[in-house]
Design a protein around this ligand. Sequence first.
Ligand code: MN
Length: 428
Amino acid sequence: MFSSHYKYVSEIINQGLEKASLDGVLIYSGHVHNYFLDDMPYAFACNPHFKWMVPITETPHCIIHYKSDSKPILYLYQPKDYWHSLPKTLEGEWSEFFDIIPITCKEDVPDFSDLKNHGWIGQDDSCEFDNLQHNPKKYMDYIHWHRAVKTKYEIESIKKANKLALKGHKAAENCFRKGYSEFESHLAYMLATKHNEYQLPYGNIIAQNENGSVLHYQHMQRFRHQQGSLKSFLIDAGCQVNGYASDITRTYSFDNNDEFAKLIQAVDKMQVKIGKQATTGTNYVDLHTKAHLMIAEILKDFDIIKCDALTAHDTGLTNVFLPHGLGHYLGLQVHDIGGHQKSPAGKIKSPPKLHPFLRLTRTLEKNNVLTIEPGIYFIGMLLEKAKADDLGEYINWNRVDDFKPYGGIRIEDNIVVKKNNPVNLTRE
Ligand SMILES: [Mn+2]
């Protein structure tokens, strides 16, 4: 499976080189940065251009030298270092596509200062050669556009990352059902997925009660709620396999039969429905708008708002309850780059004024992988603002008060775009 992936990748890179009039690129895996005044580093995050070609995700200072007319060379960093153990040399199908040259220190890196017409692809402070074009825009735009279409190998990796994350979700939910703390759910997730904190594609969002209304809630309370006061649980957590991420959210009510549980069911049903519409040729902005109208219907059915769906959308009332985008591209990055591109040449299609946070404005292509993550939240700050902005008359405040202690709902799956029947990697 990797060989057909590599074939696609090298075709796209060759075309990118041609567009940018380059003979080759040096793709740098990255390096760590230390904290201010300290010798402790921030966690390493691998350059997505690097792990697109080589599934080595935890090793800094590696360089791929890629030229369209010869076999690429991988300078694989293996320091002679008694502080750390050596990075695992991953044998695999990928290795046959590279000439692998181990390097142990900076001095082993060849002098690239004579290279002509080459790009350097890597973080801002990483390029030490004036002759290299640092992240040439034409090349980057072309790659980022085409990276949105995923190969079988990539889809399989994201599928595995889904499977693994779901194990963690189950373990975390079990903790919630037993009345354990947010932090205990988090630990159960880590144990079930065998992930380290730095291996997660993003920090787990694990929220009980009102905390579910904070979109990127980060605190993980250590205490257990007293019996009877634990109401709801929202978990947004993923995994990584071969450097590819999953990004999944579920919401639960402690009482499976209360109004909040019914509201979750309604969002869940709507989420599945909208996910099935992620087909080739669909514009994601339209899908996002459709989702808002569907959310408005649910708000109306539950007597939370008092106007029709179209009014709710056009006045911005639905943004009060759903203040984020329907979803985003997913892959080597949780929010895979290129979602606002208009073409491979890099022109930008910005999100509509009413929905500035939408990360994806492109027309969907077969084998795009993206998230579908609608929600309904009861966010104090936005509700107060709505009141001040004269949207208050449309809101049934008694109902809002009923739901506020539950925080909010988000349901998120990972979807592969197809011509007719998109594949749901999370549910299938
Ligand atoms: Mn997401």
